[in-house]
Ligand binder design. Structure first.
Ligand code: Z5A
Length: 218
């Protein structure tokens, strides 16, 4: 029987620790003997990384919200076609730093675009493909901003105000509440080692093959 790889996404607000924890998640999955593709959004392919450059460029102050939304899905369409779907079709695992939940959180919650419009694009670009598991690194916005504040030049999203990030966080939490079978909420306010312990605990069943499922690669 074909061994199904899982599609796992990491989500969270500003400074939640995704970049810090990606390497740990990668290490856990690879140590369990799985073949893994590690990737990110927006980005993951040459073309999608070029679109990322446009999206994050702080000089693009005139970018319309609809343009931003469509660029996110344009980058995603290429990423799915070139990397994510081929990997899953081969039975490999895919670990992605952000995916469509970020679009609901940032373009929906943050920018105020109607969530039903995002759902239409999701259906068009992804068909039935959804992550098998989403780890949501959740922490209060001010704590995340304080952590992220150590950085140098801020990108177009990092220049947003606290109210924007509060809406982002609330949208993530609403989605996690609506889909408890897919989301695992991680308390990201704990120290790095404690966050890792929570991640290891929620991933263990999948790594032991107790949480596998057939995926419709439409
Ligand atoms: N975006 C969107 O709008 N719509 C979409 O559909 C998608 C994305 C897919 C790029 O994302 C932007 O794209 C993003 C949303 C938008 N913009 N924002 N904001 P990104 O994921 O590439 O960039 P990011 O969100 O800016 O990541 P980040 O702010 O770097 O956060 P992070 O990766 O979660 O944090 P980190 O770099 O791991 O940690 C931040 C600092 O905290 C660092 O100094 C760490 O050492 C420290 N840290 C980490 N964990 C801890 C703990 N547990 N305790 C104490 N300190 C910690």
């Amino acid at each position: 029987m074909m061994n199904n790889g899982l599609f796992i996404t990491l989500e969270g607000g500003e400074g939640a620790g995704k970049s810090t924890q990606m390497a740990y998640v990668q290490q856990l999955i690879e140590a369990a003997g799985k073949t893994l593709q590690v990737t990110r959004e927006p980005g993951g392919t040459d073309l999608s990384e070029q679109i990322r450059g446009l999206l994050l460029d702080h000089r693009q102050t005139a970018m319309d919200s609809d343009t931003e939304l469509l660029l996110m899905f344009a980058a995603r369409a290429q990423h799915l076609a070139q990397l994510i779907r081929p990997a899953l079709a081969k039975g490999e695992w895919v670990l992605c730093d952000r995916f469509t939940d970020a679009t609901y959180a940032y373009q929906g919650g943050g920018r105020g675009i109607d969530l039903s419009r995002i759902a239409q694009l999701e259906e068009w670009v992804q068909g039935s493909l959804r992550p098998d598991m989403t780890l949501l690194l959740d922490l209060p916005v001010d704590e995340g901003m304080a952590r992220a504040g150590q950085r140098g030049e801020l990108d177009r999203f990092e220049r947003e105000q606290q109210a924007f990030f509060e809406r982002v966080r609330q949208t993530y939490r609403d989605r996690a509440e609506a889909e408890p079978e897919r989301f695992r909420i991680i308390d990201a306010s704990k120290d790095i080692a404690q966050v890792q312990q929570q991640i290891a605990a929620v991933l263990k069943p999948c790594l032991n093959g107790e949480n596998g499922k057939a995926r419709g690669l439409s």
